[in-house]
Design a binder for this molecule. Sequence first.
Ligand code: PLP
Length: 458
Amino acid sequence: METVTHEELIAWDKAHVWHPFTPMKQYIASEPVVIRRGRGVKLEDIHGNWYYDGTSSIWLNVHGHAVPEIDAAVRAQLEQVAHTTLLGQANVSSIVLARRLVEVAPEGLSRVFYSDSGATAVEIALKMAIQFWANQGRREKRYILGFTNNYHGDTLGAVSVAPDPLFHWPFLDLLPEHPRVPYPYPYRSPYSDPERCMQASLEAVEAVLRERGHEIAAVIVEPVEGAGGIIPAPEGFLRGLRALCDRYEVLLIVDEVATGFGRTGRMFACEAEGVTPDLLCLGKGITGGYLPLAATLTTERVFEAFLGEVEERKTFFHGHSYTGNPLGCAAALASLELLKRLLPKLPAKAARLKEWLDPLAQHPFVGEVRQAGFMVGIEIVADKATKRSFPYGAEVGYVVARHARARGLLVRPIGGVMIFMPPLAASEVELEEMTAILRAAFTDALPELEALARGAVR
Ligand SMILES: *Cc1c(COP(=O)(O)O)cnc(C)c1O
C-alpha cells in the first residue's frame, strides 16, 4: 500500500469514513484509535501503542489475531481461487465446511445456507420460516414472535423483529407489527427469582401462541441477550420455548450469531439445554473473526418444504453475491479445527474469569456483573439500592472505557452496560491482566461517575 502519514490517516478517516454505530460528531472531535496490526489478543495502533482486544473486535475473534493455522488456510485457498458463486453451482471449501458444521451442530440440523453477516443469517431464517408455511398453503402464518431488547442485526427485516425505540425511531412505522414479549431479565424483573422470571416470560409466550399461533410462523430468540446487555436466559428457557413451539405448531429460530462457536463455553448455547432449533443463525465467530461469513442451518423437515416442480415456486429465491465465499470457508474450517482443541479448556478459564470479575460487584456504581462463558456484562447504575440507571446520553460506559483504553484495554459499552468479550484463546495470564485493567478503570472512573450521579439526581 502507498505510504500515508499518521496525520493523513486520521484526517482522511474523519473526512471520509462513516463509522457504524458511531455518533460521528463526537467521533470527529475525538482522538480515534487507528489499528495497523494485530498479534495474539493484542492490537497495535499507528503510533505503536498496544492494546488488549477486550471486545474481540466486536465479538468475533476466537483464537487471537495473525493465527498461523488460519493465515495458512486462507493463503492456501488464495492459491486456488478467491471467490466463485454458489448460485446453481458449488465450490470445494463451502461443501467441506457445510459437512463440518453439520457434524458439530445440534443433532437434526443438516442443511446449511450461507451468507455474509449475522443480519443476513437472520433475514434468511425469517424468510425461510415464513415461506416454509406458505409453501404448505399456510399464508396466514407470517408473524414472528420475538423478545423485547433482543438484537438480531440492522437490516430492516432483522430490525422488524427487534425494533429499538432509541435506535430505530425513524423506521418504526414502516415495520410489520410482529408480537414481542419480555425476555427474562431477573435483575430488572418484578420477580427477582430467575426461575419465576423465566416462567413469567414463558407464560407470556404461551399467551400469544394460544391466541395467535395460527398466524405465527416462528419464535426468534437469543440464548443470551447480547447487545441488550449480556443477559443469560435462566436454565430451562430454551427447552421451555422448544416445547411451546412444538405444542402450537410454530418454528423455533435460535440466533447464536453472538453465542456460537465457544463464546458461552460450549460450541453452541443450545447444547446446554439439549435443544435443536428449526433454524439456527450463525455468524461472528464462525471464521474465528477473520472474514465475513455467516450461515443459517435448518432441518430436513424445513428443507423438504422447499422441494417441488419449478412452476410450484417453492424455491427459496434468496442469495447474496458472496454467498459461500471460499476464503471465508477456508478460514472457518481452520478455526473450527482449533476450536475443537480449545473447547475443553474453556470452562476452567471462564471460572477463573469469574473470580477476577467478582470484586467489581462491590463497586459503588455496579449494579450487577453478568457472565456467560466469555461474554461479560457489567451493569452500571446511578443508585445501587433502587437500581436506577444513569440517563441516556450520560455515556457512563464510555467514561470507564476511556480509562481502560489509557491503561491498554479496548472495550466498548452498550448503553449503561460495560461489555467485556475477550478472545477465547486468551491465556489465564492475559485474562488476569485484562480484568485487572478493567477493575482499575472502574476505580479511575469513580470521581466522574459520582459527579454524573449527583447530576442525575438533580
Ligand atoms: C451481532 C449480532 C447480529 C448481527 O450480526 P452482523 O454480522 O453484525 O450483521 C445478529 N444477532 C446477534 C445475536 C448478534 O449479536
